[in-house]
Design a protein around this ligand. Structure first.
Ligand SMILES: CC(C)(COP(=O)(O)OP(=O)(O)OC[C@H]1O[C@@H](n2cnc3c(N)ncnc32)[C@H](O)[C@@H]1OP(=O)(O)O)[C@@H](O)C(=O)NCCC(=O)NCCS
Length: 147
């Protein structure tokens, strides 16, 4: 199965903003409509739809970030209907690859709500490490790509 990231367009916009996480996950991630609206304030950010074999399954938001060479994965979500099939992991890898390629990143940064154990397990197993920082109450993790 191939997982890839595609721009938000007129053709997929409505479907992207209809993607949803489980009710108990709603405090972990902003809605996709809010994330896309945020790109009005961060024009350099890149919202992307996650496709698995041409089926829309999720959403990511990447931002070049305030630290040179360290872009931020601002959002990652897989619609509740498609969770638990390895797609979150594949989308994360696709986002990290994109960051390495498009921003010549040395590392990738992200934050998550500390009670989000599923996200923590995913990020740890994908090579992210806690920096010890807390930003707006969220745990900060970084993955080094090259030294
Ligand atoms: C976090 C999220 C992106 C993971 O996507 P997913 O497609 O469900 O995850 P995957 O199937 O790729 O599994 C990745 C890892 O997550 C963890 N995981 C998956 N399902 C889990 C579950 N039911 N309980 C605990 N951990 C789980 C495991 O570590 C798993 O790795 P492994 O099974 O390969 O060992 C998805 O659950 C999601 O969108 N959650 C709500 C939004 C959110 O929390 N986003 C992250 C904000 S920082």
């Amino acid at each position: 199965m191939s997982v890839d990231l595609r721009p938000i367009t007129r053709a997929n916009f409505r479907d992207v903003i209809r993607l949803e996480v489980l009710p108990e996950q709603s405090t972990f991630v902003a809605s996709n409509a809010v994330s896309i609206a945020e790109t009005y304030l961060r024009p350099e950010a890149e919202p992307r739809a996650v496709y698995a074999d041409d089926e829309l399954v999720g959403f990511v938001l990447l931002d070049p970030g305030g630290r040179p060479g360290e872009p931020e994965l601002v959002r990652l979500m897989i619609d509740h209907r498609f969770q638990g099939r390895g797609l979150g992991r594949r989308a994360l890898e696709a986002a990290v690859d994109h960051a390495g390629r498009e921003y010549a990143a040395q590392s990738v940064r992200l934050t998550f709500v500390p009670s989000n154990e599923r996200a923590r397990a995913l990020y740890l197993s994908a090579g992210f490490e806690e920096t010890g920082e807390v930003e707006y109450g969220e745990t900060v993790m970084v993955r080094k790509l090259r030294s």
